[in-house]
Design a protein around this ligand. Sequence first.
Ligand SMILES: [Zn+2]
Length: 171
Amino acid sequence: MRKPPGEGKKRKTVPGRRNKKPEFTENPKTAGGVAMIRPIVHDPIFLAQPSAPATAEDLPIVTDLIDTLNANRDRCVGMAANMIGKKKRIIVIAKGPILVAMLNPKILAASGEYEAEEGCLSLEGTRKVKRFKSIRVTWQDLQMNQRVGMLDGFQAQIVQHEIDHCDGKLI
Ligand SMILES: [Zn+2]
């Protein structure tokens, strides 16, 4: 999801810090630690196709997705794997400076419907969309362990936007 204007606190500019990677809660397996920044897919026909479940073999996609989100971090708060051409149910979201990867994310419960306006790195402009303020979500982490958590507000919105990508839905 595209970073909304005014979202997040203005950070102090520290020279030389711009290219510093955010810390991770989990370390994905990397191919020698080489960053693989992928081009962003804009093709609406490709993006309208639902993604297949992710498995442990898809972990290199997570690394690429993290690298690509990092490269676009100034204007992007979350990405789904199909945005880099991989039709697998994998998303990465920003929680402040931390990036969290979720494999096979699924919303179990949602409450507090509202109308949001969102932008997307794959699309031009912004669109109105119905979102839920609070969601209960399950996913698999990088060790393929099943996790469950509650998300509210902006983080919940990002996850809903990225799960829509996995379902082939565009805002
Ligand atoms: Zn998007």
